[in-house]
Design a protein. Sequence first.
Lengths: 174, 312
Amino acid sequence: MKVSLRVNGRDLTADDVWEGESLLFVLRERLGLPGSKNACEQGECGSCTVYLDNRPVCACLVAAGQAGGRDVVTIEGLAGPGELDPVQQAFLEAGAVQCGFCTPGLVVQAHALLSRTVDAGQPVPGDAEIREALAGNLCRCTGYEHILAAVRLAAARKAGAGQGGAGPGEEEQQ
Amino acid sequence: MDFLRPATLREALEVKAERPDAVPIAGGTDVMVELNFGMRRPGALLDLNPVGELTGVDTDRDALRVGACVSYTRIIAELGGRLPGLATAARTVGSPQIRNRGTVGGNLGAASPAGDMHPVLLACDALVEAASVRGTRLIPAAEFYTGPKRSVLEPDELITAFWMAPAAAPQQFAKIGTRNAMVIAVCSFALCLWPHGRPGSAGPGSAGPDGGGPDGGTGRVGTGIGSAGPRPLRAAGAEEFLDGELAAAGLWESRGPLPEAAGRRFGELVAAAAQPIDDVRGAAAYRRHALAVLARRTLTWAWDSYRKEAVA
């Protein structure tokens, strides 16, 4: 079957889609977007996290046909060409990347957390909230401390940019 | 395989009547795992996402009617105040990504004994609304599950909603697993206090559209056991014991402290009601032990909250 959907702001159509395949397979193998990673294929690891109609989901658990006519944003679409989203920048600076396999999913999920908190005028999320938000994303290199640091850094920067207030360093008090 | 995408409930029911082999898919958190791993090759998938009638929440009547495809994220955000037990259970499901997609209707459709919603549905006398081109029926949760991943749902039926009375007093849910996310329950337990009688005790349908809600009678305790039997179970003996203890001591009215022995005995009776097996997630003996602890613990939490409500 044919599946037409909007991905990273572009209207795309995938041909010859098998009815039982996942959105993740369509993105990676049919639309040339390999940023979302394929690991567990059962929603356990979060490596394939993408936005579906503005909500982060595991792309491996969305049937390709279910994404028809809907809006998908992947790691490739978080920032313009040659640019980095503040979350991506923070992951780089904090050294939150080891083998890199879990990174796209973690970045999208962290992006979603900050979108509905700091970007929406809510307080900077504390560590408990960050951990809860990232509970479905596994890093098998176990680099969680640096990942937490990256999310704190991105949150503090966004808060600082948004309100001219809290700078880096204050976020740990939240 | 066919991919069927009805736009309305009417159309979905007609499709299901014509194609009983079509597997309904909403959040996909169970169905897609089976497809990804080649464990299932249904003749067709029936996408319920476009069916708007399945995502509504109706609060106009005594009991709440919650559409089968309302996500766990919405249950937590929108219904946490009125259905606190269900929201507590929903918070333990998977991860944020899973809760954005997973639905109570899917939990019911899969009918896994380990499904996190089942204990609360049992403890609240929830009704499962099933529809087909032949009509709509309401099935008490206690009669819905028939065995591991089996229910009374007919091949031409779709789960369209569930009906649940708003909480009248504290409700609790607890679950045992290896970590705080992405866990299939080793065992789980729900406890709901009904100071004015159970929603279902006024007869079938009383938690539903036509019912009068609670029977206005004496206080009752609702229970539900998950992942410790071939299907989700009620601990009827434990409920009966505790109902008797609370009534005899007049504790519903006095809101006095719960005797420690009663809590312990309640836990023992819950453990006795379970029918666990040894499997990859845990041993039967461990499940029984853990259930006794969970039952005592949730009762203590709920009863302490109930006592504080009086002060507040």
